[in-house]
Design a protein around this ligand. Sequence first.
Ligand SMILES: Nc1ncnc2c1ncn2[C@@H]1O[C@H](COP(=O)(O)OP(=O)(O)O)[C@@H](O)[C@H]1O
Ligand SMILES: [Mg+2]
Length: 56
Amino acid sequence: MRIIGREREKEILGRCLQIDRPQFVAVFGRMRTGKTYLIREYFHSKFAFYATGLSD
Ligand SMILES: Nc1ncnc2c1ncn2[C@@H]1O[C@H](COP(=O)(O)OP(=O)(O)O)[C@@H](O)[C@H]1O
Ligand SMILES: [Mg+2]
C-alpha cells in the first residue's frame, strides 16, 4: 500500500471490513484530495466490482 497518511480514514475502513454485514461509507471532500485514491488503494484486491461516473 502506498497511501501516505490517512491513518484515521484507514482505521475507519478497516473497522468496516471486520463487520460481517454490508457497510455504507460516504467519502466526501474537495476534488484532488485523495478520495478515489484512498478507496482504490485500500481495497485494491477486495473489490467484487467497481463502477464510477459523472451525473451528466
Ligand atoms: N494518501 C495519499 N497517498 C499518496 N498519494 C495520494 C494520496 N491521496 C492522493 N494522492 C495522489 O493524489 C492524486 C489525486 O487524488 P484523487 O484520489 O484522484 O482525488 P479525488 O478522488 O479526491 O479527486 C492521486 O492520483 C494520487 O496520486
Ligand atoms: Mg475521485
